[in-house]
Design a protein around this ligand. Sequence first.
Ligand SMILES: Cc1cc2nc3c(=O)[nH]c(=O)nc-3n(C[C@H](O)[C@H](O)[C@H](O)COP(=O)(O)OP(=O)(O)OC[C@H]3O[C@@H](n4cnc5c(N)ncnc54)[C@H](O)[C@@H]3O)c2cc1C
Length: 131
Amino acid sequence: MFAHTEPEQLLWHDIYDLAPLPRFAFPNLLLLGDAAHATTPNMGQGACQAVEDAVVFADELQKDYDFNAAAQRFERRRLSRTHWIARQSRFLGSVAQSTHPLFIPLRNFALRHLPKAVNEWQLEKVYAVDF
Ligand SMILES: Cc1cc2nc3c(=O)[nH]c(=O)nc-3n(C[C@H](O)[C@H](O)[C@H](O)COP(=O)(O)OP(=O)(O)OC[C@H]3O[C@@H](n4cnc5c(N)ncnc54)[C@H](O)[C@@H]3O)c2cc1C
């Protein structure tokens, strides 16, 4: 496949994420989704977090239709979870994509023998949504 692919047919898309922002809510402005917490794709959570944002913000607006107050409450509910996802995703990417010759066999060994409980703990944290 590679031998029959011309260089100009290859697509190259760099991956960017956003260093965790200290705030999402500003006067009359609220950052949601990737604008607030763009994350690397290693956990497949970018769009999931955008959807969670929408649900949480709708919930806050239902409690009280004051935009700025709802945005502040949204920020309190969403900062730490989205920061954790972005940091965890970046970390997993750096481990998975490392090309260091000494690290690769260590990583492959560790991943093969990682206790199931560690994986389950992480998944539980991803799925434990505060709605
Ligand atoms: C290759 C790839 C794979 C991915 N895989 C997954 C996955 O498996 N699971 C997952 O959960 N997430 C995944 N994501 C991440 C996901 O696509 C994003 O996190 C998600 O789309 C963010 O949604 P958003 O609405 O915040 O931003 P966007 O989807 O970027 O939407 C922003 C919209 O605003 C528009 N816009 C920009 N500027 C203006 C302007 N000035 N005026 C009007 N409109 C404007 C844009 O055109 C765009 O339509 C992946 C992303 C990529 C690139």
